[in-house]
Design a protein around this ligand. Structure first.
Ligand code: B12
Length: 233
């Protein structure tokens, strides 16, 4: 299936660069309550959760990744920043969960061996905002357990995240296993590994779609019938 990437930007407003840098500095200083208050201000101003996730939280973590990779900050600062981001996302949950539910379920997880779970948690929250029942399983889940869980909740969609390119063989193995048991279940994949090439490897699997960010996901969820087969199981 062809999904246009980034052609239709579902952003409601742009967060200005001064406030983005202010937020980044707050994370680098480990100031959890200040960072939470900044996000609460954005919510009060009517900035959407997906704009906050894309333009504030993700963009800060990407910059933190560069600072870490180039040795300008230590691993402790990176850990603290990503812990604060995850705490802020948990703080936002009451805003996210208030949405009226549709009878649709998604299971979300990281590819086995993948510890980067912030992106897929954001994906889970965008599904939740669109009224889906979400089961966010996070990182470190063996495929057998994922399959067992999926058998119990019978989702309409599975969403998988992969940040590290060396996890491609693991993803392919997972998709083979999942396809044996769920032959036509729509599977969405995303994460930084896909931006580094190799997307053609997905063509070996039917109904597996790569999405680059929360805006493309939000666009897709405005018309879920376009990717959900009515007789999935
Ligand atoms: C925090 C962090 C960690 C934390 C993760 C904590 C956690 N609980 O998640 C820890 C310390 C565990 C970690 C470990 C490692 N990390 Co790290 N980490 C990061 C960092 C700084 C932030 C990650 C993050 O949360 N980003 C923000 C999220 C929101 O972005 P995202 O994942 O891309 O998600 C967005 C989209 O991709 C999309 N998306 C993602 N998944 C999905 C799924 C679907 C279905 C859809 C629709 C969309 C979607 O939606 C999100 C919103 O747009 C990044 C820097 C960076 N550039 O991201 C490095 C980074 C990802 N890490 C990196 C590396 C190398 C590692 C280690 C190998 C380091 C080491 N030597 O041990 C290990 C590997 C551990 C493992 N096995 O997974 C590299 C990866 C390079 C590469 N691509 O190969 C990066 C880029 C840092 C760098 N610049 O070098 N890391």
């Amino acid at each position: 299936m062809f999904i246009p990437q980034n052609t239709q930007r579902f952003s409601l407003m742009d967060i200005d660069t001064d406030r983005q840098s202010g937020f980044l500095n707050t994370l680098l200083a480990g100031e959890r309550s200040l960072a939470s208050n900044m996000v609460a201000d954005f919510i009060r101003e009517g900035v959407s959760v997906d704009d906050i996730y894309e333009q504030l939280l993700k963009s800060s973590l990407y910059k933190i990744g560069v600072l870490w990779e180039t040795g300008r900050i230590g691993v402790a600062t990176e850990h603290l920043a990503s812990a604060i981001v995850q705490a802020i996302m948990n703080d936002l949950y009451p805003t996210i969960a208030a949405t009226r539910k549709q009878p649709k379920t998604v299971v979300l997880a990281c590819v086995e061996n993948e510890q980067h779970q912030v992106g897929i948690k954001m994906v889970s929250d965008v599904f939740e905002l669109a009224g889906w029942t979400t089961h966010f399983l996070g990182a470190g889940l063996p495929t057998d357990d994922l399959v067992r869980f999926m058998n119990s909740v019978r989702p309409q969609v599975l969403a998988l995240s992969m940040a590290l390119s060396f996890n491609w063989p693991t993803l392919e193995k997972m998709l083979q296993t999942i396809r044996r048991i769920f032959p036509s279940l729509p599977i969405l994949v995303g994460g930084q590994a896909f931006g580094k090439g190799g997307q053609e490897r997905l063509l070996a699997f039917s109904n597996v779609t790569y999405l680059s960010d929360l805006y493309t996901l939000k666009a897709l969820l405005t018309n879920p019938a376009s990717f959900i087969n009515a007789n999935v199981h």
